[in-house]
Ligand binder design. Structure first.
Ligand code: TYD
Length: 153
């Protein structure tokens, strides 16, 4: 029998936000209880990112996050300690859900891009894993204990 380890990256997925379009343009909205599987405690955004600059380069022990390309585009590279997957974000009516315990890097920002993050916790440096080796060790020690996304549809 071949045992296949569960792919923790399966917990990372694109969330579609409603889009209302008419001749005046588009309107999207986000409701915590519908599209976001956690209570939003903080919002932050990256902007004026210089060409070639990378952001992220860390994981969170508990924090959950949805990242949205409000303007422009960028890549989000996710890593569960074993596998990597790249998501290209380029539309403001969808976001990328990242559960806890996933390493993320944001790269290839287009000019004038804005990366909006909705997150489940206030800023707490103690929740960060900023060293990849430390992250791998944390994954080994915490395998299977990370939060599962709640059903929010
Ligand atoms: P950093 O984690 O390096 O940003 P990114 O994830 O985009 O690479 O954060 C840069 C600095 O900003 C760092 O000193 C921590 C600080 N910071 C806050 O004070 N509050 C926040 O909500 C965030 C996200 C960062």
């Amino acid at each position: 029998m071949v045992l296949v380890k569960p792919d923790r990256l399966d917990g990372c997925h694109i969330v579609n936000f409603p889009k209302v379009s008419d001749y005046r343009g588009n309107l999207s909205f986000i409701e915590e209880s519908r599209q976001i599987p956690f209570a939003i405690k903080r919002v932050y955004y990256l902007y004026d990112v210089p060409s070639g600059a990378n952001r992220g380069g860390h994981a969170h022990k508990e924090l959950e996050q949805v990242v949205i390309a409000l303007s422009g585009s960028f890549d989000v590279i996710l890593d569960d300690g074993e596998r990597r997957r790249t998501f290209f974000l380029n539309r403001p009516h969808y976001g990328l859900y990242i559960p806890s315990g996933i390493w993320r890097e944001l790269e290839n920002f287009s000019s004038n891009s804005v990366a909006l993050s909705l997150v489940s916790q206030a800023y707490d440096e103690l929740d960060y894993l900023r060293d990849y080796v430390e992250f791998k060790r944390w994954v080994t020690n915490n395998a299977g204990t990370e939060q599962r996304p709640r059903d929010y549809r």
